[in-house]
Design a binder for this molecule. Structure first.
Ligand SMILES: Cc1cc2nc3c(=O)[nH]c(=O)nc-3n(C[C@H](O)[C@H](O)[C@H](O)COP(=O)(O)O)c2cc1C
Length: 206
């Protein structure tokens, strides 16, 4: 399936076949593809928890307004955005940038200052937006790639973020931009048509 077809075919699926499992290797592949998402300064401020165990899915469903798809999908991915990725990853990224020829060692200082100026201190709103924005790109690529591999997904933000953090040991400073159900659709399901505002209502060509 080409990328255009995958984008056109992707739907938020409510009807997963709970008997069909997505192999770990496939999920691994999807996450590798997702991690090719662009990110600011290549800081990659994302982490993922793959929830497959039936009891853990049940617990996650309790945190997600009881949505049945959380338990019925083969796996649910908890996407986690880390505002602390600047402190955690910047030096490693700069090392790689120098090693791969993207910058000279003397460029490190200027880039470090620019990153801190752009994204502010660790607890700032700017940092939270930075982390959530980049992690959402990651999640979107995973969904398109899943479609390309014949799988279905459903993104959700109908959940209690604090409850998920507590249940899955995610630290308070992190953000969960979305969770995504992943699996195969049940046989015989007819999806309702989708609706979007026309481009002329949402875009301006200048
Ligand atoms: C960030 C995000 C959060 C969403 N949260 C939920 C949710 O909690 N429950 C749900 O049933 N659908 C949720 N949706 C799915 C949307 O309702 C769905 O994508 C939209 O209606 C368009 O349908 P389509 O994806 O099939 O084109 C969410 C979608 C996104 C992108």
């Amino acid at each position: 399936m080409d990328v255009i077809e995958a984008i056109q075919k992707r739907r938020a699926i409510n009807f997963f076949d709970s008997a069909k499992e997505v192999p770990d290797e496939t999920i691994q592949k999807l996450l590798e593809l997702g991690s090719l998402a662009p990110s600011s300064f290549n800081l990659q401020p994302w982490e993922v928890i793959v929830v497959k165990d039936p009891d853990r899915k049940k617990a996650l469903r309790r945190c997600a307004s009881g949505q049945p798809k959380v338990e019925e999908a083969s796996a649910v991915l908890i996407f986690i955005a880390d505002p602390g990725a600047v402190e955690k990853n910047l030096d490693k990224i700069l090392d790689k940038n120098v090693e791969l020829g993207y910058m000279k060692p003397e460029g490190r200082q200027g880039t470090t200052e620019m990153v801190h100026k752009l994204y502010g201190p660790k607890e700032s709103v700017k940092r939270k937006i930075f982390a959530a924005k980049n992690t959402a790109f990651f999640a979107m690529i995973v969904m398109i790639a899943a479609q390309g591999l014949g799988l279905e997904t459903h993104p959700m933000d109908g959940f209690d973020e604090e409850a998920i953090k507590k249940e899955f040991g995610i630290s308070e400073d992190k953000i969960i931009p979305c969770i995504v159900a992943l699996g195969y659709m049940r046989e015989g399901i007819n999806l309702l048509p989708r609706f979007r505002f026309p481009v002329k209502e949402i875009a301006k060509f200048l």
